[in-house]
Design a protein around this ligand. Sequence first.
Ligand SMILES: Nc1nc2c(ncn2[C@@H]2O[C@H](COP(=O)(O)OP(=O)(O)OP(=O)(O)O)[C@@H](O)[C@H]2O)c(=O)[nH]1
Length: 428
Amino acid sequence: MGESDSDRHASRLARAARPRASPSLVRRLTTLNLAVLVLTLLLTVLLIASLTWKAAVQRQTDAAELAAGLLANNLASMVAFNDLEAMRAELAGFSFRPDLVELRLLAADGRVLVEWQSPKLQAQTGLLSAPEIEIRETIEFKGEVLGQLQLRERLDILTRSMLWLSLTAGIVILLASLVAAAASRLVQRRALAPIVELGRLAEQVAAQQDYGLRAQVHRLDEVGRLAQRFNEMLARIEVAQEQINQRLRLEQQAGQQFQQLAHHDSLTQLPNRLFFQGAIREMVSRAQASQGLMGLMFIDLDNFKHVNDNHGHDAGDEVLRVVARRMSAVLRRGDLLCRLGGDEFALLLPELQHVAVAEQMAQRLISSVREPLVVGGVLMPVGATVGLAFFPTDAQDADGLLQAADAAMYAAKRAGKNCYRRVAHAQG
Ligand SMILES: Nc1nc2c(ncn2[C@@H]2O[C@H](COP(=O)(O)OP(=O)(O)OP(=O)(O)O)[C@@H](O)[C@H]2O)c(=O)[nH]1
């Protein structure tokens, strides 16, 4: 349970570390700016429109009140004398007001004396029904209240004007937004160009691991300073990288030198016993894989102790060097001659066609060592005894092959030195 919780936590962290792809900075800023601009324009237009509407409605209400007051004044005497015809004529004469929809004259007891209705009272004004204002004016004659005048107006003209105004404002806002979008995109692209350039450079550095790249510093503003710091960081990484590379090169060289020292015999410049042990295993597995034949010669110099004892250690060293050169001269390409130590050598013979090839080589090698060898004007009486063994015919593995060649060499020594023997003849 606890483990699954920590797994979930780790995957949440991984998701947080891996940002999702999002639209470019230029597009995001342009969209944001445009949204702010459109919102501001809309709010401004809405504010102006509502204030204008309020003022216009107030103005029309004032005018209607004034007109109703005048009409009530004119009607007062007609109501006093109950002259219905004159009242109707007066009302009809007043119907010039364009938004007027109804005039009603009531007696003091609430009875309707006369009324006038505009034909557009029933007509619809469109999808939106226009708001109405209603004025009530008391009719008085010589201080006595005779009735009431009711006037109703529908704000058709004002509503239409406001609708036109809103439509025009909408079109202006749309056009302004389009122009602003294009301009803002242009400005932002120019303003953000150095950041975009810096981002591309960072991606290039990450992809190519090339810390020699540098950002261009156009201006010394915030972005310019960021580019400068970025360049300084790249320079420091470049220096550190170079130091690491140099250290690696030195370590590689030291390693190679160490390998050379560890695997080579400094006297004869031949590979040493350590190298031989790896090489014989490798060659045996290769022969095993290719089902081929390979051979091993175990070589021990004859009478070497005599050289050392009678002519000195230096003369012995020189004999070892000369013998190594002579034996190297009879090798085929791919053969490997190693000095195992003292006066012992081993020769690995990969990819043999036949054992006879190795036997001929053993004979040539013995003859080359047997050639007169003079050190310090003195003839050195050295020779070579060789033990021969083959894989897979004489042994199953590298150790077995080495033992077989060693045994063959001792058999050759017993047979009188300066000759070779094959393991099959070891007992004989
Ligand atoms: N000069 C010199 N002598 C060495 C070196 N390493 C070992 N020896 C000597 O080599 C000699 C090897 O002796 P052996 O192989 O037993 O003597 P050998 O006379 O060759 O005997 P056989 O093999 O029976 O002929 C010893 O005297 C060692 O001291 C070396 O690096 N330089």
